[in-house]
Ligand binder design. Structure first.
Ligand code: ADP
Length: 159
């Protein structure tokens, strides 16, 4: 199999995202993490910061590239001739939204195949929002994100 896209907000990248990216990289020749600009989600980090942190965090994983994209994921699939869209499934609570997204994407592009991967059990509860909330209240986030991300989250929240 060849190219897979791994889209998300990555605000910021966590060990959960990295876990899924590593699993995908074992299946596909190339995995492109696609940082969605997503202004509607009111992200803490600018797209270029999210890309930089994702690149730094994934630099030791073979076959992974990080880009930012502001359009529809199906257009990105066409542009990169990707054969799959990777999404992580943490718990049943992710399923409803993911189900809608997968079918909507397939509706727009029949060949846009979504593949769901499950993270290591220790990351099933982890998401970027939680990391920001813990950081905001001075909690330890080093168990959830790489060092480079931790530093940037703390700097950002201190401003
Ligand atoms: P989105 O804004 O599209 O939800 P996220 O950045 O939150 O994007 O997540 C991108 C992808 O990574 C999603 O498929 C999400 O389910 C997955 N993901 C995020 N955190 C984890 C985790 N802890 N374990 C598994 N998958 C995860």
């Amino acid at each position: 199999m060849s190219v897979a896209l791994y889209p998300g907000t990555f605000d910021p990248i966590t060990f959960g995202h990295i876990d899924i990216a590593v699993r995908a990289s074992r299946i596909f020749r190339k995995v492109i993490a696609v940082v969605a600009t997503n202004p509607s989600k009111n992200p803490l980090f600018k797209p270029e910061e999210r890309v930089e942190l994702a690149r730094e965090s994934l630099k030791n994983v073979d076959g992974i590239e990080v880009i930012s994209y502001s359009g529809l994921i199906v257009d990105c699939v066409r542009e990169y001739q990707a054969t799959a869209i990777i999404r992580g499934l943490r718990a049943v609570s992710d399923f409803d939204y993911e189900f809608q997204m997968a079918f909507t994407n397939r509706n727009m592009l029949e060949t846009a195949e979504t593949i769901f991967l499950m993270p290591s059990a220790e990351y099933t509860y982890l998401n970027s929002t939680l990391v920001k909330q813990i950081g905001r209240h001075g909690g330890e986030i080093g168990h959830f994100v790489p060092d480079c991300v931790k530093q940037r989250v703390l700097e950002k929240l201190a401003v």
